[in-house]
Design a binder for this molecule. Structure first.
Ligand SMILES: Cc1cc2nc3c(=O)[nH]c(=O)nc-3n(C[C@H](O)[C@H](O)[C@H](O)COP(=O)(O)OP(=O)(O)OC[C@H]3O[C@@H](n4cnc5c(N)ncnc54)[C@H](O)[C@@H]3O)c2cc1C
Length: 401
C-alpha cells in the first residue's frame, strides 16, 4: 500500500481536517479530549454522531446504498487519522459497528428499513446483551430464557457488563429458547425496541475509573414481539458469531494509539527527567516509545489490509488476531502515559473529568486522563472475548488450516 498520497487524497485530507476544525462544538471537543475509554461521553458523542450523519460521514464502512460513503481504503484511513488528530470522540461501536452491519448482512428487509435509519442518524443507541453472570467466555452456556407466547416471547433472567445500557433505547440480545441438545443449538438472537418494557430494569455498575460504563439488566416476565428475531429460533449462535466478527475486527485502532503516543511524547517533552533534561530525551523512555510505535505501525498495516478487503483479513482467525494486538497495544500505550504523568496522574479527579465541569484539573489535562485511561484499559483484554480465548481461537484456526 502507498504511504505517499496523491494530490487528490491530500485534498481530501484537507477537506476532512477543515470539517473537523469547524463542525464540532466546544463540548464535543472537550468530550473527545476527555475520552478515557473506547466509549466516549454519551451525550456529546451522540451529538457528534448526528453532525457526522448530516455531513454523510457517520458510517464510512457501510455500503453506499445504506448510507456509507463509498470511500477508498486510503480515504477511510485518512479520515480515521484526521479524526484522531482532532481528538474527537469516537462513535459508539454497538450500533454502527455491530448491529448495523449485522442487519445489513443478514437482517430481513423489514428489519433493515425499520432499524438502519435510526442507527445511521444516531437517534437510536443499542446495548449488547450477550454476557451473563455465569456466561462470559463460555457464552453458549447462557441461561436468560425466552418462551414463545402467541406473537411474543416472554423473557426471564439477567445480563451483565452491558455497556451503556443506562443510555440505550434499544438492545440486541441472546436468549435461551431450548435447553435440549448442544448448548449452542438452543440460542435465539433478539432485537428489543425499548429498554423500558414492563419488568425490565437497568442497574449501572461503577468501574475502577469511577464511571458507570457497564450495567446489569434484569428481565422479569418481559414481553417482546417475535418480529424482533434475527435468523431462526434456536439458530442465534450463528447470528451471534457473525456479529462478533464485526465487533473484533471492524475498527481501526492504530490512529487512536498513534494519538496516545503523540500526546505522551508532547507531555514528556515538558516533564523533567530525574536524570536531568526532560523525559522525552531519556533513552529508556525513547526505547519504550520506539518499540510501541513500531508495533503500532505493524497494526496499522494489518488494519489497512482489512479495510482494503485483502484475503488475509478473510481468515477466520483475523478478527481474533486484530482484537488481541490492538487491546494489548492500548494497555501498553496507557502504561507509557502513566509513566509520563507519574505522581501527577494519581489524583482521583472525577469532577474535573466531567465534560462541562468548571473544576480546574490538578496538573495538566494529560495528567487528568492518563490514570483513568490506564484503569479503563485493563478491560480491553477482557471485553469482546478475553485475549486468552482469542489466542485459543487463533490456535484452533491455525491447526485446522
Ligand atoms: C469493560 C467491559 C465491557 C463489556 N461490555 C459488554 C457488553 O456491552 N455486552 C456484553 O454482552 N458483554 C460485555 N462485556 C463482557 C465480556 O464480553 C466478558 O467479560 C468476557 O467475555 C469475559 O467473560 P467473563 O467476564 O465472564 O470472564 P470469565 O469467562 O469468567 O473468564 C475469567 C478468566 O478465565 C479465562 N478463561 C476463561 N475461559 C478460558 C479458556 N477456555 N481458556 C483460557 N482461559 C480462559 C479468561 O480469559 C479470564 O481471564 C464487557 C466486559 C467488560 C470488562
Amino acid at each position: 500500500m502507498n504511504v505517499e498520497f496523491s494530490p487528490e487524497l491530500e485534498a481530501f485530507r484537507a477537506e476532512v481536517a477543515e470539517f473537523f476544525a469547524t463542525a464540532p462544538t466546544p463540548a464535543i471537543r472537550e468530550a473527545g479530549r476527555k475520552t478515557t475509554s473506547v466509549f466516549a461521553p454519551f451525550k456529546e458523542c451522540m451529538e457528534w454522531h448526528n453532525i457526522l450523519y448530516q455531513k454523510g460521514w457517520a458510517a464510512p464502512h457501510w455500503p453506499v446504498e445504506h448510507g456509507g460513503t463509498g470511500w477508498s481504503t486510503e480515504q477511510r484511513f485518512i479520515f480515521a487519522e484526521e479524526y484522531r488528530k482532532a481528538d474527537l470522540p469516537p462513535l459508539l461501536p454497538q450500533s454502527l459497528g455491530m448491529v448495523g452491519p449485522l442487519l445489513i448482512d443478514i437482517g430481513t428487509e423489514e428489519q433493515k428499513a425499520k432499524y438502519l435509519p435510526g442507527i445511521l442518524k444516531g437517534e437510536d443507541f443499542w446495548a449488547q446483551g450477550y454476557s451473563e453472570p455465569n456466561s462470559g467466555s463460555d457464552l453458549a452456556s447462557l441461561q436468560c430464557r425466552a418462551v414463545a407466547d402467541g406473537d411474543d416471547y416472554i423473557i426471564n433472567g439477567s445480563k451483565i457488563w452491558t455497556t451503556y445500557a443506562h443510555h440505550a433505547n434499544r438492545m440486541f440480545m441472546l436468549v435461551r429458547t431450548n435447553s435440549e441438545g448442544k448448548k449452542q443449538q438452543g440460542i435465539t438472537f433478539l432485537l428489543l425496541d425499548r429498554m423500558d418494557y414492563p419488568g425490565m430494569e437497568v442497574r449501572p455498575i461503577y468501574g475502577l475509573d469511577g464511571s458507570p460504563e457497564q450495567c446489569e439488566v434484569f428481565f422479569e416476565d418481559v414481553r417482546v414481539p417475535q418480529s424482533g428475531r434475527v435468523g431462526e429460533e434456536n439458530d442465534g449462535w450463528t447470528v451471534a458469531k457473525h456479529l462478533l466478527k464485526h465487533e473484533r475486527g471492524g475498527s481501526a485502532a492504530s490512529p487512536t494509539l498513534t494519538r496516545y503516543v503523540e500526546r505522551a511524547r508532547a507531555a514528556a517533552s515538558e516533564t523533567p527527567s530525574p536524570f536531568g533534561g526532560v523525559l522525552a530525551d531519556d533513552p529508556v523512555f525513547q526505547c519504550d516509545m520506539g518499540e510501541l510505535e513500531a508495533d503500532i505501525a505493524s497494526l496499522s498495516h494489518l488494519e489497512k489490509l482489512a479495510i482494503s478487503g485483502h484475503p488475509i483479513a478473510k481468515d477466520p482467525a483475523f478478527p481474533s488476531l486484530n482484537k488481541t494486538i490492538n487491546s494489548e497495544l492500548t494497555q501498553r500505550a496507557s502504561v507509557l502515559m502513566t509513566k509520563v504523568s507519574g505522581v501527577s496522574g494519581l489524583a482521583r479527579q472525577l469532577e474535573a473529568l466531567r465534560v462541562g465541569s468548571n473544576v480546574e484539573p490538578q496538573g495538566s489535562e494529560f495528567d487528568l486522563i492518563s490514570m483513568p485511561l490506564y484503569l479503563n484499559s485493563r478491560a480491553t483484554t477482557i471485553y469482546a472475548g478475553s485475549n486468552e480465548v482469542q489466542r485459543d481461537l487463533i490456535a484452533r484456526s491455525l491447526a485446522a488450516s
